[in-house]
Design a protein around this ligand. Structure first.
Ligand SMILES: Nc1nc2c(ncn2[C@@H]2O[C@H](COP(=O)(O)OP(=O)(O)OP(=O)(O)O)[C@@H](O)[C@H]2O)c(=O)[nH]1
Ligand SMILES: [Mg+2]
Length: 673
């Protein structure tokens, strides 16, 4: 008989900021006996809220985690940020989660952020359980919350519990699966019969739950129709299948603050959460990797932490196989071998060493300096790549204003941060020569600057990034570039004859070598080309980079002693400048193709806003879920904070992809700043 492998599942807690995810994780640890007394977010004493920036903002800012054991089984709970600027972390959690718990709050029910999170979970193919929290709060309302959820989720929503009392009188839950009441006192549940006042309602809701479950299995349906009720095991197994297929979204409830219903959440997850196969690419073909404990070890990195004491820690999920002690695995991205000795699991910011990690487990490994989030480690020769993680368009970009001499230090620090924070991007703007960072919003920017200050002692200021304009030549010109210098010993001598003509500006540059008879010696042709390109990058009469031209080098002169590469490069630059002056230049702006996806009710506002940005709408298209996809062409200068503005216009639900489309003459109102 095959051995029973202990189950290990990963559970992502999702929900808008303040619904109580960090508090719920804390309460779960207490209920499971892993923690004596719950810490409080306000006091910065929770297991998953120890990061200094998180304490300051009293909000989770990156994935934090802790395991909960149920018998031999283990659930790794991932606490995620609820603030929209940090949904990149939510996406990383969804990459590895077997199931997501969408936490909503019974006071303010379902809001825009909840809708975004629901969509992210579904796009990631992660089954969802809803946890209605804070039923103990003064203004909690279960019915309103349930109908808002029905509106969001649709008919697959299935409550598996009912509250006993509400607000300050909330004392427990009725478990519809077991047909029992769970009364909570001192944080412990005592099971008992369903209270009389709830019996009728319970019978009705329970009947519709059972009907929704038995349809998932022909045998159960038949049995149920014959008046024979399936047993608890059968119900839970079928519920698990239906949930995995997205056909049922179970709703459970409680109070994280008072420890009500949280133990039932984890025992239910342990019973019903199935392991989710992981999409990957093997030998170029998309595959679905089953979580097979008997297979080779495959690890996938989903978080990097740089700890001031331990150093760099990479957190992996064990996709398949069983990981023990000292092994060498290959990073399938870089093909380099990585030695794993010593691992542990994370409990908030602490690591507890462990010798073994089973399929589905989450482990932290120190001293892997080259493994990045998303990397896959497997036995050498296994050609396995992860499916690239979803990438989103940053909401805003800012230029870093810093002393030029510090640039390298700043760049290094920022690159370090990007290893931990995959939503942060750093680039060097070749025109302004600034470092530019792309972030998910004002809060993300603020936290990034705080992290740079605390961890790298860097005090940085930022400014809106310069948006480049471009220049192009207006007509063809045939010119000569001549360098002739006689200074002491060696002189410098180079003459080039060049015809410059306009091209489509999106074709940045073409160079044609039409020299015959060695008028410009072979070895100097490349230098002429470089000289022209250098002058183009340096800018035209308005100081903006020059694009869209073809340069044909057709003649020239050289000197056997005084000619050099440097001389021909300079002659090339001089020729270009002469041509621009002779033919004249036009100022161009870049037009971006904007693809915005927004809920239909915001369509009007979004279109009005686009036209105020000189946007031209190319088309609109109805997509699934009552959303509209708008495609428009908009000048780049009008889009500086568009990601952020669109979010504001749509209650956080709109999203956008922006790509360069073409260049066109800038109107007189647009000028070089
Ligand atoms: N009354 C009541 N308050 C709760 C409950 N759960 C959490 N809270 C309070 O709600 C506030 C926010 O809780 P957190 O756990 O930080 O919320 P979060 O979802 O982690 O928020 P972010 O990290 O910002 O996404 C805290 O003051 C908690 O004490 C609950 O069940 N009942
Ligand atoms: Mg939190």
């Amino acid at each position: 008989m095959a051995t029973r492998h202990p189950k290990a599942r990963t559970v992502a807690l999702l929900g808008r900021s303040g619904v109580g995810k960090t508090t719920l994780l804390e309460a779960t640890l207490v209920a499971a006996g892993n923690l004596v007394r719950p810490g409080r977010v306000e006091e910065g004493t929770t297991v998953c809220g120890t990061d200094p920036e998180e304490r300051r903002h009293q909000s989770s800012l990156s994935i934090a985690m802790a395991p909960v054991w149920i018998g031999e089984d283990k659930l790794t709970l991932l606490d995620t940020p609820g603030l929209i600027d940090f949904y990149g972390e939510v996406e990383r959690a969804l990459d590895v989660a077997d199931v997501a718990v969408l936490v909503v709050n019974a006071v303010d029910t379902v809001q825009n952020d909840t809708m975004v999170l629901w969509r992210l979970a579904r796009e990631a193919g992660v089954p969802v359980v809803v946890f209605v929290n804070a039923l103990d709060a003064e203004r909690a309302n279960f019915e309103t919350t349930l109908s808002a959820l029905e509106h969001l989720v649709g008919p697959s929503l299935a409550p598996v519990e009912l509250p006993i009392g509400i607000g300050p009188e909330f004392t427990g839950v009725v478990d519809l699966l077991t047909n029992e009441a769970l009364h909570y006192g001192e944080g412990r549940a005592t099971r008992g019969p369903v209270p009389d006042g709830l019996a009728d309602l319970e019978q009705r809701v329970r009947a519709s739950l059972l009907e929704a479950i038995v349809v998932g299995d022909d045998r159960l349906t038949e049995q149920y129709l014959e008046g024979d009720e399936p047993n608890l095991d059968e119900l839970e197994t079928t519920l698990g299948h239906l949930m995995s297929e997205g056909r049922i979204v179970p709703v459970v409830l409680g109070s994280a603050m008072r420890g009500i219903g949280v133990d039932r959440l984890t025992t239910l997850l342990d019973e019903i959460a199935e392991s989710r196969p992981i999409p990957a690419v093997a030998d170029g073909e998309p595959v679905s990797l089953a979580r097979d404990p008997e297979d080779d070890v495959v690890l996938r990195a989903f978080k990097v932490i740089v700890d001031p004491y331990v150093g760099r820690i990479v957190v992996f999920e064990v996709v398949s196989g069983t990981l023990r002690g000292d092994v060498v695995l290959t990073n399938t991205r870089t093909q380099t071998d990585e030695r794993i000795h010593g691992m542990g699991y994370l409990v908030g910011s602490k690591i507890t060493p462990t010798d073994v990690a089973v399929t589905g487990d989450v482990v932290a490994v120190a001293k892997l300096n080259h493994v990045l989030v998303g990397d896959v480690l497997a036995r050498r020769g296994r050609n396995l790549q992860p499916v690239p993680a979803a990438t989103h368009t940053p909401a805003m970009s800012v230029a870093i204003i810093g002393a030029a001499s510090d640039d390298e230090k700043i760049a290094t620090a920022l690159h370090r941060l990007t290893e931990e924070d995959t939503a942060l991007r750093v680039r060097h703007d070749p025109i302004s020569r600034h470092l530019v960072i792309d972030v998910m919003g004002e809060m993300h920017l603020q936290v990034t600057l705080e992290r740079l200050r605390r961890r790298f002692n860097l005090e940085l200021t930022t400014a809106p990034p310069p948006v480049p304009l471009y220049e192009t030549i207006l007509a063809a010109a045939t010119v000569e570039g001549r360098l002739k210098k006689q200074t002491g010993g060696h002189g410098q001598y180079a003459v080039v004859n060049v015809t410059v003509e306009p091209l489509d500006p999106m074709t940045t540059f073409e160079f044609v070598d039409a020299v015959v008879g060695g008028a410009v010696p072979r070895q100097y042709i490349g230098a002429v080309r470089n000289g022209i390109e250098r002058a183009m990058a340096h800018g035209g009469p308005n100081g903006q980079p020059v694009v869209g031209l073809r340069a044909t080098l057709f003649d020239g002169k050289s000197h056997s002693v005084d000619s050099s590469e440097a001389a021909f490069e300079t002659a090339g630059s001089l020729a270009l400048r002469a041509a621009l002056e002779q033919a004249g230049c036009a100022l161009l702006e870049r037009i971006m193709a904007v693809e915005a996806t927004v809920p239909a009710e915001y369509l009007g506002d979004v279109l009005t806003d686009l036209s105020s940005r000189r946007g031209r709408v190319i088309g609109t298209d109805q997509s699934a879920d009552g959303e509209v996809v708008i495609v428009a062409h908009v000048p780049e200068v009008e889009l500086v904070r568009y990601g952020l503005d669109l979010r504001r216009l749509t209650g956080g639900r709109g999203r956008v992809r922006i790509e360069a489309h073409h260049l066109t003459e800038a109107p007189k109102t647009v000028s070089v700043k």
